[in-house]
Every structure is written in structure tokens, then in C-alpha cells.
Design a protein around this ligand. Sequence first.
Ligand SMILES: [Zn+2]
Length: 264
Amino acid sequence: MERISSLLEGFREAQAKIARGERKPRPERTEADGPTFLECETHGPYQVSRWKDGREWFFAGGCPKCARGEDDMGSRLIEAGAEEALAGCSFVNFKAKSERGKNAVSRCQRFVEMASRIPSECLGIFLEGNIGAGKSHLSVAIAREFIAKGGGSVRIVEAGKYLSGLWDAPFEAKESYKERFVCARLLVLEELGRHANTEASMVELSSLINSRYARGRPTVFTSNMSSKALVGFLGEAAADRMTQKGNMYAALKWDSYRQTGRAA
Ligand SMILES: [Zn+2]
């Protein structure tokens, strides 16, 4: 985290110098340059950014190997489906400076508190925000807390990847593939809406979401769409119940680290 803040600090300073004409702007980095790495004293370079939609997005969490060594939680999260670079993400290292950011974090914490104790009473939370706003960070933080509180097995998957895994699975393996996601105690279904908008996709996602709902298993949704999009999958009554009439909803609507050089 220290390293991320010093990275951002350096970025801001450079921007200010450029603005004052004390420094020439560097040529824009592009996807061809690859992601940015920082150096861990023990483990060497680790990735702190990724390219998506032709832009570079930074994420925090520190060296994943250190995170794994700390408490073995990092490797559990990676096994659950978290990206290696996000394995160190927690509520503690999420920088929430604005009221909105703090509000989002406290809703996520309330969700995980309830979902790990009385899952059937707390079936979903919807994190809405643009790429780079910190949805993935917070959803990994939720998964981390859920496991730590003894909530049980977690799966983390992007909706699009869930679907492509399903299409690629041999016919006889499709049911067991689906079951792995339906039966997880907590599912993080990322980037709802960022997948092929075909009828087959919608049917399969509806079936996944509805099956979890029917079994009383909580789901974390992340999306850049409004939580009303859930209604399309679940119907109004169930969507309302799932997010407790919209109470379990966190808007992560601020500019990304990269755009403003400032955290949420
Ligand atoms: Zn390390």
C-alpha cells in the first residue's frame, strides 16, 4: 500500500511539474508497454496495473506473494478465482477518502457481517462503478472477510468467463460446472453486463442467479450498470429482496486512481 501511495504521489508531483512547465510530459504509455510493476524487496517485481479498454488501470493490494505468506488467505483467494495481483486486497488497504467511498466500504462490511452469519437473510450486494473505481478491490475484500469469518467456500468469476467456461465444457460436464458456482457459500459475479448479450447468455446467468437465490446463498455483483439490471435476471420482487430494497447497493462512482491521481 505504501508503495502504491508513493507511486500515486510521484505521479501527482510529476503532473504538477508538467503543469508548471518544469518538466516535459513523458510519452503516453500504451498497451504495448505492458502493465506497470513495482518491486518487492523479498519477491522482486509484482504487477500493479492492467490494461483494459485501451487504458491502464491501477490496483492496490501490495505484493501478492507477501500477502500469501502472511496468512495463507491470499492463496485461498486465488484458488477461489481472484486475480493474483488482487490477492492482497482488503478493507484495510482500500483508500476511501470521500464520504461516498467510506459509505461503500461500510455497506460492504455490513453485507459480509450479515452474509457470513445469516446468509439467507442477506442474499446480495450490488457494487456499481466504472472500471478502475475499485469494484474488484472491494469484492476481493468481501471474499477475504467472508472466509475469515468462517462463512465457507467462495468463488470469484467474471460473468463472461463463467459463460465461456460453460460453453467450453463438454456436454456431460456442464451440470457439474454450474453446480460449483451455485453451491459456493459466497459467489462474486463480476462485470455483470460485460458479456455477450445473447439469449443463451441471459438464460444461463438468470439460472445461476436464481438458483443461488432459491438456495439462500449470497452473491456479490459488480457491474457498471445500475442495480436495476438485476430485475432483468430475477424479476422485481426477487431483485428487491436480494438487495434488501436497494439497501445492499454501493455506488463506486468516482474517477479512477489513474484519471485523477486521487483515491476514492
Ligand atoms: Zn513480496
